[in-house]
Design a protein around this ligand. Sequence first.
Ligand code: ADP
Ligand code: MG
Length: 244
Amino acid sequence: MESVLSIKDLNVVFSGFKALSGVSLDVYDGEIVTIIGPNGAGKSTLLDAIVSKSPVFSGHIYYQGKDITNNSPHDIARMGIGRKFQNPNVYNELSVFDNILLALKGTHGIWASITAKLTKEKKGKIFDVLSRTGLVDQAFELVSSLSHGQKQWVEIAMVLAQDPSIVLLDEPTAGMTADETYMTGEIIKSISKSHSVVVIEHDMEFVKQIAERIVVLHQGQVLAEGSVEEVQSNPKVIEVYLGH
Ligand code: ADP
Ligand code: MG
C-alpha cells in the first residue's frame, strides 16, 4: 500500500540538542496513527517538522510520494497537510460559522473573506465540516460562548475546511471533560473515514478508543510501534512508563 506520509530517518536538532534522532514512520490512507510518549519525547517536534515549523537537520519527509522536506509551511498546508496546534487558535469574537469561513481554502485574511461572496457552495462546505465536528447547533454562536472542548472542535473544523488529506492533531483532548474527550474520539474516527489522521495523546483510555496503530516516542526516537496490546506489553515501553 502507498503511504500518504513517509518519514525517513528524520533528525531535528535545536542548538546541539537532538530532539529527534533517526525517526522513520509511514502513515497510510485512512489510517489513525496515535503517537504517545513521555513529556519532552519529541512528539510535538515531529508534527512541527512535518509542517516545517521546526527545521529538519537531516532525513526526508515524503507526502504522496513527493519530497516536502523543509518546504514552506504555506506550501505544505496547501498541498493537503492540516495541523491543529496544542492551544486553540480561534477568533473568540466571531461566530463559529465565520471562523470556518475564514479557514476555507482560498480565503486570504479577514477582509477578503468578509467581502468575498458567500456562495451556496461555501455555505454547504461550512455546514459539512460543522456536522462532522458536532457543531451545527452552535453555528451562529460566538466562539467566546463555547466550552473549551467545543473550541477545540472549532479548530478541528477549521483544519477540515482546508481540505487536507492528512490531519495532524496535537493533544486534541487537553483540558476536556470526560464526555468531550469521548466525543472527540468519535469525531476523529469519523474523520478517518475520509482522511489519514495522526494524533498525539496522553490519555490511554482515549488512545484505546481511537487507536489503530500506536507509535511510542522516547528521547527523540521510536521506542515501539504496534497495536494497543502490543505496545502495552512491550518491556521497553513498560520500563519507560513505570521503570526508573
Ligand atoms: P513533547 O511534545 O513530546 O512533549 P517536544 O517535541 O515539545 O516534546 O520537545 C522535545 C524536546 O525538544 C524537549 O526537550 C524540548 O524542550 C525541546 N524543544 C522543542 N522545541 C524546541 C525549540 N524550538 N527550541 C529548543 N528546544 C526545543
Ligand atoms: Mg507536545
